[in-house]
Design a protein around this ligand. Structure first.
Ligand SMILES: Cc1ncc(COP(=O)(O)O)c(C=O)c1O
Length: 395
């Protein structure tokens, strides 16, 4: 488990590292790629071994998800989070976003509002709009360097009967909050009272830094007007291979989801995904614990770096995820100028804050699931660019 090993990802058509992607989005094919949320490190050894074994078998015909797959998944959630998932609640989907799109389609009508908490993962907005629903914002508030939910505003938004759904990002991408049981219970209470269907996107659930603990949304509510989406994709860095799961407690809702999956034939599995996921959930615990220490170490490194080098940048301390939400507002650049400055002068490709909603302007998200050396290079570049900027600005 050497998370500091430098691995060439350009050998394959990796989105994050491809020169055409960097050129298109950042105007700089040489920028250090830190925008896409996958990690520059190898999957757990148990996953690699399971795949090698499966490849060696040589026959890759139709399969079903084996019993061991379910046992490993249910054990993972039971042993790590004390969450007993009812096996019959599980439905499959090719990705988290497709599960969200199906749930939007089934629980809202065209023109209805879907509540989001920006700054938040930008694809939520896209999937809401492409389904011809309206984004309704319940912005997070930054209070003393930590983001909080605005419950009074959520109550107001939930009161409008047109707003039938909320997508909750838990833990939160990009701000790195790990929502507490009390916060989640308050969301559940408000949404239940107003009949708002909650989709809890828990793809980052396994990334919490002790003593913070991941609290599964469905463990704080009995409501059938809710679903959780989970996936091993981020946890084990296998996002190019696996599908996702929706956990749907309401029987009628579940049947509706299943009917859709049958209608569009999206319920097939992939032999490699099954092998990888079973191995990951069965044997990946110690690897994940070590990974979390590495990512926390990267965040600590950034904190220390910014303490030692006064460059007008600060880190919103992450409680989880493998993402660093950086505050550049003190540089005094507008959103577009900041984006250009980072890509062209600092030569780092970060996800611009305004992509996550205008509430993110002045910030940027850096993926820190990578060797420490990559983070160090990024901050050295940034420091040099800020020094040049300050020289230019001097009268
Ligand atoms: C919060 C969140 N949800 C969903 C996704 C995408 O998941 P999928 O590829 O399974 O649709 C991401 C990826 O970055 C994410 O951060």
């Amino acid at each position: 488990m050497n998370f500091d090993e430098s691995i060439d990802r350009r050998e394959y058509p990796t989105l994050k590292w491809s020169k055409s992607f960097l050129e298109e989005h950042f105007g700089n094919a040489e920028a250090i790629p830190m925008s896409v949320a996958d990690m520059d490190l190898k999957a757990p050894p148990a996953v690699i071994e399971a795949l090698q074994k499966r490849v060696a078998h040589g026959i890759y015909g139709y399969e079903y998800r084996p019993e061991g797959y379910f046992e490993a998944l249910l054990d993972w959630y039971r042993s790590r989070y004390g969450w007993e998932i009812e096996r019959e609640y599980l439905e499959f989907s090719p990705s988290i976003l497709s599960a969200i799109a199906i749930l939007i389609d089934q629980h809202t009508d065209e023109g209805d509002g879907v509540i989001l908490q920006p700054p938040v993962f930008f694809e939520f907005r896209m999937v809401i709009r492409s389904n011809r629903r309206k984004v309704v914002k319940n912005p997070l508030r930054l209070v003393d360097g930590r983001y909080e939910m605005d419950f009074a505003d959520l109550e107001r938004k939930a009161t409008d009967p047109k707003n039938k759904m909320m997508i909750l990002c838990t833990p939160h991408n990009p701000v790195g909050r790990v929502w507490t049981k009390a916060e989640l219970a308050q969301v559940a209470e408000i949404c239940e009272r107003h009949n708002v269907f909650v989709i809890a996107d828990e793809i980052h659930g396994d990334f919490t830094f002790p003593p913070r603990q991941f609290v599964p949304y469905l463990s704080v509510t009995e409501s059938e007007n809710a679903a959780a989406c989970i996936s091993p994709a981020k946890t084990f860095n296998i996002s190019g291979m696996v599908d996702a799961l929706a956990i749907i407690p309401g029987e009628a809702h579940r049947q509706q989801f299943r009917d859709f999956a049958h209608r569009y034939q999206i319920n097939k599995t992939n032999v490699f995904a099954s092998a990888a996921v079973e191995a990951a959930y069965r044997s990946g615990g110690a690897w994940l614990d070590a990974l979390l220490r590495h990512i926390q170490g990267n965040a600590d490194f950034i904190e220390a770096y910014l303490r030692q080098n006064d460059i007008g940048v600060s880190l919103i301390a992450p409680e989880g995820t493998f993402l660093a939400w950086l505050d550049f507002r003190a540089l005094g650049l507008d959103a577009k100028a900041l984006e250009k400055f980072l890509a062209l002068e600092a030569q780092i490709a970060l996800a611009s804050g305004y992509w996550f909603g205008r509430e993110g302007a002045g910030f940027a998200r850096m993926t820190i699931g990578c060797p420490r050396e990559t983070v160090r290079r990024a901050f050295d570049n940034l420091t040099a660019a800020v020094e040049k900027l300050r020289l230019r600005e001097k009268p």
